[in-house]
Ligand binder design. Structure first.
Ligand SMILES: Nc1ncnc2c1ncn2[C@@H]1O[C@H](COP(=O)(O)OP(=O)(O)OP(=O)(O)O)[C@@H](O)[C@H]1O
Ligand SMILES: [Mg+2]
Length: 281
């Protein structure tokens, strides 16, 4: 192609560039393709797909029961898909359990938060990953370094601007919003590659929601991929780069927030708009 020819815009150029957010050359850090999963007679997932790239925030939207949490659970190794493929950094992976997903650097805040009521905030944050004390006796007796746990938990909680009662009191004494803030703090502390948050602001007030959204943006700036399930369009437009929409167990569209309107998203959620061609099922 001559220089002159290359400089002449051709019809479709603008559309092509719009579609290239983020660039298609980047290998997705996480991909789900054609995932199906039934629970008895309930077909929770029929054909769900999702692509997540490093340094982006992807919102996963859809009506109640659309299959969003189930899809996230398959990516977290909690639910085994009946069919379909999961790829991490382009390589197919089978997660036998949540430990495999954690090993792959995937951290998840579940919709039910998965906190243990009879444990303290710090114990919940470090559950299964407790640091041992430094001294030889601590090593020998496998004594947990409670001070380090408390300090690091406090830092993670401060980062998201949450106010919790004493970190050593039982989680059962916390409010719904405080529990949610703690679960988000835990994920942001451990997430190395990918952080998935299932409705992270559902129980939070305006101020706490604002902090969580800021943290999501900060994770993105650290090149972590963030997947956020949300019903809140305002939050989605504030932090997400793209939106994947699910309906009745299927991925029905993928939009960029820079190009889409709330109406476009709502139409896909409700089925007023036909499934978009952009899905990778
Ligand atoms: N363990 C299970 N056993 C039986 N049915 C299940 C199970 N988990 C999910 N389902 C069903 O699968 C469907 C999808 O559920 P899922 O929780 O993934 O939806 P969702 O999109 O996250 O909804 P919401 O917005 O209400 O959280 C629902 O019909 C639900 O009842
Ligand atoms: Mg859900």
């Amino acid at each position: 192609m001559t220089e002159q020819a290359a400089a002449v815009p051709r019809p479709g150029d603008v559309e092509r560039r719009r579609d290239e957010v983020p660039p298609p050359t980047t290998t997705p850090v996480l991909q789900a393709r054609g995932i199906a999963r039934s629970f008895g007679a309930v077909r929770a997932l029929r054909d769900a797909s999702l692509t997540l790239r490093r340094g982006e925030v992807m919102a996963l939207m859809g009506d109640n029961g659309a299959g969003k949490s189930t899809l996230v659970k398959t990516l977290a190794g909690v639910v085994t898909p009946d069919r379909g493929e999961i790829l991490v950094d382009g390589a197919p992976r089978r997660f036998a359990g949540p430990a495999d997903a954690l090993d792959a650097g995937i951290e998840t805040v579940y919709q039910d938060l998965s906190l243990i009521d009879s444990m303290s905030a710090a114990e919940n944050v470090f559950l299964g990953r407790e640091p041992l004390g430094r001294g030889p006796m601590s090593r020998l007796l496998r004594l947990v370094d409670r001070r380090a746990m408390a300090e690091r938990t406090q830092k993670a909680v401060d980062r998201i601007g949450a106010r919790l009662p004493s970190l050593s009191s039982h989680v059962s004494s916390m409010s719904g919003g405080q529990r949610q803030a703690l679960a988000v703090a835990r994920a942001t502390m451990w997430g190395r590659n990918i952080v998935m948050l299932d409705e992270p602001t559902a129980a939070l007030g305006v101020t706490e929601s604002g902090h969580v959204l800021e943290i999501i943006t900060a994770l993105k700036q650290q090149d972590i991929a963030v997947l956020m399930i949300s019903h809140n369009l305002e939050h989605v437009f504030r932090v997400a780069d793209r939106v994947t929409v699910m309906r009745q167990g299927r991925t029905v569209g993928e939009l960029t927030t820079a190009e889409a309107s709330s109406g476009d998203i709502v139409a896909l959620i409700t089925g007023a708009a036909p499934a978009a061609a952009a899905t990778e099922s």
